[in-house]
Ligand binder design. Structure first.
Ligand code: GLY
Ligand code: MN
Length: 371
């Protein structure tokens, strides 16, 4: 059981993020940012507001003091953040969107959180007529994408703990277990390392050719390729790892495909450096896989950003010309999927450093043949 002390974030971290968000608002000509419960909210406030029919909302003007509108029963949870925000507590019978509109003033341009429920957005748009609305990702993308030293340290640690669970998991046979039983054991081992692990995919045999297979009751048996895609959070930051194993001796084509995907994973990592376009990483992996005749079987992008969400910016996909920058963390996960036969995916989290890519996962990538 790991005992490393986790790096903490004091209120100054959130004050600095709020100030940077205000600078981005000004740069976009926006007057206010409205964010409901979401990873954006947690990133800016350090408060994990839960999504419900009662509105909690951060109101950040481009100039001036930030405020949080919160229902009475949840206000105590924000008691330790009063130095950062004015709290506007609403009682059960007040309309919170009217309070938000009052705080926002009469803005011309409003940035609103991408994950706000439509029910709230419609009421806000009625309460703030005439404004132009834009998605908050425009404002927050440059902040959330670039992880600071604490965020990278947490992601390295959650990666390490997830890898440790894998090392323990593969010491036992798989044959005879259902997919659900197998992923439960892997998630339990991950939780045993202090990671909040409550999602995962186990895809066995022909199911492994479906990249986001819904784990079920199929019994794993000799001859199966088995894809495990799992992870969890530490202080809100995700790990996301995929490993493919084989039960019993694989056919020669499986070995060839495994080796190809492994090379594509390595080539993607090798292409990481600041300034390289996101789409270039996808192109590197895709060209390699296509050159060996499996281009049509690589049916998803090579990676996605990782952080407070398991999929976030930046997306490593054709058409994304955004340059990589130091501090970006993303998955490197090429895959080949042969319908009705097998799939192979190998996924690590990677951080872009000043000199290149550094993996945050080191669970063995050697092909494991299990019983
Ligand atoms: N796991 C592959 C993707 O989401 O693109
Ligand atoms: Mn992934």
């Amino acid at each position: 059981m790991p005992t490393a002390t986790l790096p903490t974030a004091d209120l100054a971290v959130y004050a600095a993020r709020l100030a940077r968000a205000q600078a981005e608002l000004a740069r976009h000509g926006a007057d206010a940012l409205l964010v409901g419960p979401s990873a954006d909210f947690f990133y800016l406030t350090g408060y994990n507001a839960h999504t419900s029919e009662r509105l909690t909302m951060l109101v950040l003007p481009a100039e001036g003091d930030p405020a949080i509108v919160v229902p009475t029963l949840e206000a105590p949870l924000l008691a330790d953040r009063r130095d950062l925000f004015a709290l506007h507590v609403w009682t059960e019978t007040e309309p919170p969107t009217a309070i938000v509109a009052g705080l926002a003033g009469s803005p011309d341009v409003v940035a609103v959180g991408d994950q706000l429920w439509t029910a709230f957005l419609l009421k806000l748009q009625a309460a703030i007529p005439g404004a132009r609305w834009l998605g908050a990702t425009e404002i927050l993308r440059p902040l959330r994408m670039l992880k600071d030293a604490r965020e990278v340290a947490l992601m390295r640690e959650v990666g390490r703990r997830t890898d440790e669970a894998w090392a323990e998991f593969v010491t036992r046979p798989l044959s005879g277990q259902t997919e659900a039983e197998a992923i439960d054991r892997l998630s339990a081992l991950t939780r045993g390392n202090g990671v909040v692990a409550n999602w995962g995919i186990c895809a066995s045999g022909p199911n492994s050719a479906s990249p986001h297979h819904h784990t079920g009751d199929r019994v794993i048996q000799p001859g199966d390729a088995v894809v495990f895609d799992w992870g969890g959070t530490l202080e809100g930051y995700f790990s996301d790892v995929t490993r493919t194993v084989h039960v019993g001796e694989p056919e020669p084509e499986f070995r060839r495909v495994y080796d190809l995907v492994l090379r594509a994973n390595q080539a993607t990592l090798d292409a990481v450096r600041p300034g390289v376009e996101c789409q270039e990483l996808d192109r590197v992996a895709r060209n390699l896989i296509a050159a060996e005749g499996y281009g049509d079987a690589f049916i998803h992008r090579v990676g996605h950003g990782l952080g407070l969400e398991v999929h976030e910016e930046p997306y490593l996909v054709s058409g994304n010309t955004m340059p990589l920058a130091e501090g970006m963390v993303f998955s490197d996960e090429p895959g080949v999927y042969l319908a009705d036969r097998f799939g192979v995916r190998i996924e690590d989290a990677v951080v872009c450093t000043a000199t290149g890519g550094e993996r945050l996962n080191e669970a063995t990538r050697d092909l494991l043949v299990l019983e």
